[in-house]
Design a protein around this ligand. Structure first.
Ligand SMILES: Cc1ncc(COP(=O)(O)O)c(C=O)c1O
Length: 441
């Protein structure tokens, strides 16, 4: 299968060129013998192409293969993670100074993007699933309600899947957006593997961001910005605002190579992982799909009466999960592992004796009133205070425990006693939080 960028770089390296340009290793060893494929670590040199412009070349060919595989009009490689894509995508769709219908469970990159673009949020709520102790999907009805109430809102931004693996119905939400003349951006940072498992929901969105590095066998920081109805030039423009002007060719070549891998062996291995995980989910207390609750087939959210103790027990057995909270342990299973790894996990779970229904968690309180916009909150002078003493103060950053994985308090919102009581009840670290400096309030 073709890997145009990776092939180009390897061929060029094979000519053993005299490199009198950047990076400073010039194709030789990196300091201290640090293992790094410096022979592939080029800059824009006329033969390697340009991520953000110039005549379409090997990079654009590699991006085009991704776009075609995932069913999008255009694709831009990102070397600054999904963070770069969330910033670029929101700038592309929403511009500056307007209002966005935002999944309240958005990553901090979206909150930062709002602040930098001076966008105001209308929050889209997620239902609390009491039995499972996690937040449920964003419903098309919630999007309909938000867009009907605020017809000036023309950008909707949601996360799918969540950290816990909960998928929202993207095609149904996209249909609501279309009916209101709004564009839909999906933060699929945790979902890059899903299209290779046969999931087609992302194609309905206008813009999608995915971290290759989170769920595919790809290096840290590699990610993709995908779009329908926008050309590569639009993505390049905004990608270059938020990305380095020296994008790593090693990371870009890895994006090229991982697509090729996922077309064949990677997808087959992922399918096997998902199949085995399905069995494990049935045998152990864990988050399972049901009517109204669609899940990422490769994300394992284990239930436990003490998620922190279960995570400790797993670590004591050499297993490092992604996330633990009071009632869950979240494991990311990919094509990198096989049956032996899942057997190891299952044996450790049985030995730990800490599986069972999730520790009960109360529903999160209603979000507080906003006193400042995200932009005002980001740029205002701030101070650190004990969280327990912060009632009546305005939050400078997010206070977002897992679960719900949704900020209990978002930047610019006034902290109330009931929010502190909830945070204390769920065992949140009450140490300190950033609030706006009083004299500026
Ligand atoms: C939902 C979501 N979006 C975006 C990001 C940012 O991704 P990255 O770390 O690739 O920049 C994360 C990171 O955890 C995330 O969970």
């Amino acid at each position: 299968m073709p890997t145009p960028l990776y092939d180009r770089l390897r061929a060029l390296a094979g000519t053993r060129p005299l490199r009198l340009d950047m990076p400073g290793h010039q194709g030789g060893p990196v300091a201290g013998g640090f293992p790094w494929p410096s022979e592939l670590d080029f800059t824009e040199n006329g033969a390697t192409g340009d991520l953000y412009g110039g005549e379409p070349d090997a990079i654009q060919a590699a991006e085009g293969l991704w776009a075609a595989r995932l069913g999008f009009d255009s694709c831009l490689f990102l070397t600054g993670g999904s963070t770069q894509g969330v910033h670029g995508g929101l700038a592309l769709l929403a511009g500056a100074g307007g209002t966005v219908a935002l999944d309240r469970g958005s990553h901090r990159s979206a909150y930062h993007a709002l602040a930098l673009l001076d966008l105001k949020p209308v929050f889209l709520p997620r239902p609390w699933l009491a039995e499972e102790g996690v937040s449920g999907p964003i419903s098309p009805e919630a999007v309909e309600e938000a867009l009907s109430a605020r017809p000036e809102v023309k950008t909707v931004c949601i996360v799918s899947p969540t950290y816990y693996g909960v998928l929202s119905d993207i095609p149904a939400i996209a249909a609501v957006c279309r009916a209101h003349g709004a564009k839909l951006m999906v933060d699929g940072a945790h979902g890059a593997h899903l299209p290779f498992l046969g999931y087609g929901g992302y194609q309905a969105a206008d813009v999608v961001v995915m971290s290759a590095h989170k769920t595919l066998p790809a290096p840290g920081q590699t990610a993709l910005l995908l779009a329908n109805g926008f050309g590569l030039g639009d993505l390049q423009r905004w990608g270059s605002v938020y990305g380095t002007s020296s994008p790593s060719y090693v990371l870009m070549a890895a994006l090229d190579a991982v697509r090729d891998y996922m077309e064949g062996e990677g997808a087959a291995r992922y399918r096997e992982t998902a199949q085995r995980l399905d069995g494990l989910r049935r045998r152990r207390p864990a988050l399972r799909g049901r009517e109204g609750l669609a899940l990422d087939p490769a994300r394992l959210t284990l239930f436990s009466p003490d998620g922190f103790a279960l995570a400790d027990a797993l670590r004591a057995r050499g297993i490092y999960p992604e996330l633990a909270d009071r009632g869950h342990v979240v494991c990311i299973l990919t094509c990198a592992g096989g049956p032996a790894e899942l057997d190891w996990l299952e044996a450790a779970l049985a030995e730990s004796g800490l599986s069972g229904p999730p520790a009960p968690l109360p529903a999160p309180p209603e979000p507080p009133e906003a006193a400042l916009t995200p932009r005002q909150a980001l740029f205002a002078p701030r101070e650190r205070v004990p969280l327990a003493d912060s009632a009546g103060r305005t939050a400078a950053g997010q206070i977002a425990p897992y679960p719900p994985g949704v900020p209990v308090i978002a930047p610019g919102e006034r902290i109330q006693k009931k929010h502190l009581a909830y945070l204390a009840e769920i065992g949140y670290n009450m140490d300190r939080c950033d609030v706006i400096h009083l004299r500026e309030e």
